[in-house]
Design a protein around this ligand. Structure first.
Ligand code: NAP
Ligand code: ZN
Length: 359
């Protein structure tokens, strides 16, 4: 249970799910006053990540209701704490998944706060003061400045918002697999959703040959023509999957539902690496034969550290990478969540929280 938090005096209007029906309704709540290490942000846009859907439906059994989702946040700074030197009033900023970490462990000290074992998230987390964190489906956010990044001037705030989670979640493993500095690799992206579509754009910008592995034949043209993918494999078509065997160096699996890794592993060359970032509620199947016959490796990756998140934003600024979005008003969040659950979005819903866009 959250502690009493007397300095939570600021009234905020937001949207929350109250139970595992996942239905979102308006929610008025309190946020802390702006502390010495904090910045206050007027939220402009917030992306709808599939993780939000997992949370509102309590897929993972960890949701504390009412939950105010949202960790793909862009906005403008309206207050700056006395210890904050790197942000000023009016700055265009972003907040992703992280709200707090211990700041002392080896991971925090090496800019890998995302692997701190006391990590707390932007929503459905417990902040240092014991309060439950509420996310970006709300008009104002108080954030510790160490978990805030600058948004490059050339990126629009709406289409940049999903970079704060989808973007960093695929950038971090790409960097880890040396895909930033060594072009010409053969990269596979499984699942062409919010994470997947930005992964395709990044992998192309970094000079790789990209294969999309998808359950949706209807996405093939867009994948190639709009997003720049070189090849498209329909994962339910055994012949296509057979032709793709042993062709890829690295694969990122962004799939949100239970599936088998066996056919995906077969697509890797000997010694290839599969990075799982999708987080289905039930265990994915891992047959051992495709693993051992190809000496393949599987690893996971969870969002990214803050230094890396700023680097990702700057790289996106440099390459002009943004997300393909469907902008909605807050009163359409429930329809958007329903469509996301049906895999019916190209490729990310973004909520116009501040109501500044023409819709
Ligand atoms: P999304 O937009 O819904 O995309 C997921 C894609 O997976 C879909 O577009 C679909 O692509 C594919 N898919 C859906 N159901 C499938 C099924 N039954 N079998 C095979 N493929 C299926 O979701 P997202 O926002 O990109 O998030 C994807 C997952 O990553 C979620 O589980 C989310 O919680 C997780 N996530 C993890 C991290 C992390 O730090 N590791 C961060 C953010 C999100 P096709 O139509 O192309 O098949
Ligand atoms: Zn997310």
């Amino acid at each position: 249970m959250a502690l009493e938090t007397p300095n939570h005096t600021q009234t905020v209007a937001g949207w929350a799910a109250y139970d595992s029906s996942g239905k979102i309704a308006p929610y008025i709540f309190k946020r802390r006053e702006n502390g010495a290490n904090d910045v206050t942000i007027q939220v402009m846009y917030c992306g709808i990540c599939h993780t939000d859907l997992h949370h509102v439906k309590d897929d993972w059994g960890i949701t504390m209701y009412p939950v105010v989702p949202g960790h793909e946040i862009t906005g403008v700074i309206t207050k700056v704490g006395s210890n904050v030197k790197n942000f000023k009033l009016g700055d265009r900023v972003g907040v992703g998944c992280l709200a707090a970490s211990c700041l002392e462990c080896e991971f925090c000290k090496n800019s890998q706060e995302n692997y701190c074992d006391q990590i707390q998230f932007t929503y459905n987390g417990i902040f240092w003061d014991g309060s439950i964190t509420y996310g970006g489906y709300s008009d104002m956010l108080v954030a510790d400045h160490r978990y805030v990044v600058h948004v490059p001037d050339n990126l629009p705030m709406d289409a940049a918002a999903p970079l704060l989670c989808a973007g960093i979640t695929v950038f971090s493993p790409m960097k880890d697999c040396q895909l930033l500095e060594s072009p010409g690799k053969k990269v596979g992206i499984v699942g062409l959703g919010g994470l997947g579509h930005v992964a395709v754009k990044m992998a192309k910008a970094f000079g790789h040959q990209v294969t999309v592995i998808s359950t949706s034949p209807s996405k093939e043209n867009e994948a190639k023509q709009r997003l720049g993918a070189d090849y498209f494999l329909v994962s339910t078509d055994a012949k296509q999957m057979q032709r793709g065997k042993r062709t890829l160096d690295v694969i990122l699996d962004t799939v949100s539902a239970k599936h088998s890794l066996g056919p995906i592993l077969e697509l890797l060359k000997v010694n290839g690496t599969l990075v799982v970032v999708g987080a289905p509620d039930r265990p994915i199947e891992l047959p051992s034969f495709p693993l051992i016959f190809g000496k393949r490796a599987i690893k996971g990756s969870m969002t990214g550290g803050m230094k890396e998140t700023q680097e990702m934003m700057d790289v996106c600024g440099k390459h002009n990478i943004t997300c393909d979005i469907e902008l909605i008003k807050p009163d359409k969040i429930n329809q958007a969540l329903d469509r996301l659950a049906r895999n019916d979005v190209r490729y990310r819903f973004v909520i116009d929280i501040a109501g500044t866009s023409k819709l």
